[in-house]
Design a protein around this ligand. Structure first.
Ligand code: GLY
Length: 369
């Protein structure tokens, strides 16, 4: 088992190891010695696969367990489900020394984390991510949220978990498309912080090869994120580099109504577009910048690098929707936009430019200049 200590305001461990799911109870007991009750929040895809094992392990360690199952899908991350969880926790008799477990992907982690952060003015929670995307990104760093009609993740708080328990074996049941989606975030870490890791991924460019090395891959991704989050827990500076590919990616997600493309697919296209815009702005462009390798690696994992609906010849609605969505990005200030670019693979930089300049460069990629 590998352990990463995250030294945020409230420190916690990330544990990574095969079959760790069966140690859930013992590990939760060690991290939360005073807790008697555990509310396990999960989504409808998880119970047939892992809920029984987690529940049995928790009960064996002396926890009283409540299951709270929400329908799978991003649309469950809403205020109605949040309020329903609060009521269930109270009916269960949860107290401030008890805890919540988020067992599932990013949606479950965000929703359960926000519910834990807000019930009784905050109770502890444990993240047990069951998707690659949640393991390498959303379960670490304490961002919790629900979606509003106005947009994704708009109501939330920073609330660090007390433990993150990562069992790579759970990835064996992940559909290929979701595995690839998670790989977009894995590749992102190589892009923004670690050229050697990027090269390692290039040498392991298939699901099988990644699974052979999964523990060390999860460790590297989580350790890069730990480093960033320790430096900038509240997302006011360095943490922004984790958003490489996300400004445009979020716009694509919104264009597809959060259904056409997964988060990772939208981020993959957003990373490749950001790489090209960076080239256009003269931020990358050295002989060794590695941008062609980025394109090859994204393609090796069957990730999209181009959003066909934006091609020239359409009626412009899709383009206008993307322009609007880029304008909603939290890193807009007046007519300027701060976006993450790569100087080269392994080195990210936040650059502020006129929003129109960024959009002109994006338009050129899609044949609209
Ligand atoms: N997912 C980006 C962050 O945690 O800041």
């Amino acid at each position: 088992m590998k352990t990463i200590r995250v030294n945020t305001g409230r420190p916690y461990d990330i544990l990574i190891g095969r079959s760790l799911l069966d140690q859930t109870g013992a590990q939760c007991r060690a991290a939360l010695p005073r807790a008697k009750k555990m509310a396990v929040v999960t989504d409808s895809t998880v119970p047939p696969l892992y809920l029984e094992r987690v529940e049995a392990s928790l009960k064996q360690a002396g926890f009283q367990v409540l299951d709270c199952v929400v329908p799978a899908g991003e649309s469950s991350k809403n205020v109605e489900n949040l309020a329903a969880l609060w009521e269930k926790f109270m009916a269960f008799g949860l107290t401030r020394t008890d805890a919540v477990t988020a067992l599932g992907g990013g949606m479950v982690g965000d929703l359960a984390g926000f519910a834990a952060a807000t019930i009784l003015r905050g109770v502890s929670y444990v993240q047990i991510p069951t998707t690659l995307l949640a393991q390498v990104d959303s379960s670490v760093g304490g961002k919790t949220a629900i979606d509003l009609m106005a947009g994704k993740n708009l109501a939330g708080v920073f609330w660090q978990p007390s433990l993150v328990l990562m069992d790579p074996d759970v990835l064996n049941t992940l559909p290929d498309r979701d595995f690839s989606s998670g790989m977009a975030e894995v590749i992102k870490y190589g892009c923004i912080a670690d050229r050697n890791f990027f090269d390692f991924l290039t040498a392991h460019a298939s699901r099988e090869a990644v699974m052979d090395e999964i523990e060390s891959i999860l460790y590297t991704c989580c350790d890069i994120k730990r480093n960033v989050v320790e430096e900038d827990e509240r997302d006011t500076g360095l943490r922004m580099i984790l958003n490489f590919g996300h400004t445009i990616g979020h716009a694509f997600e919104r264009l597809g109504n959060y259904e056409t493309w997964t988060h990772g697919e939208a981020v993959a296209a957003g990373m490749w577009d950001a790489a090209q815009i960076g080239f256009g702005l003269g931020i990358s462009g050295g002989d060794d910048d590695g941008m062609q390798e980025l394109l090859n690696l994204l393609k090796a994992f069957h990730l999209p690098t181009h959003i066909d609906r934006l091609d020239d010849g359409l009626d412009g609605k899709a383009w206008n929707a993307v322009v609007e969505a880029v304008g909603l990005d939290k890193k807009n200030s007046g007519d300027e936009l701060t976006m993450i670019f790569l100087k080269r693979i392994g080195e990210a930089v936040a650059v502020t430019r006129k929003k129109d300049t960024v959009l002109e460069n994006l338009a050129a990629i899609y044949g609209r200049s």
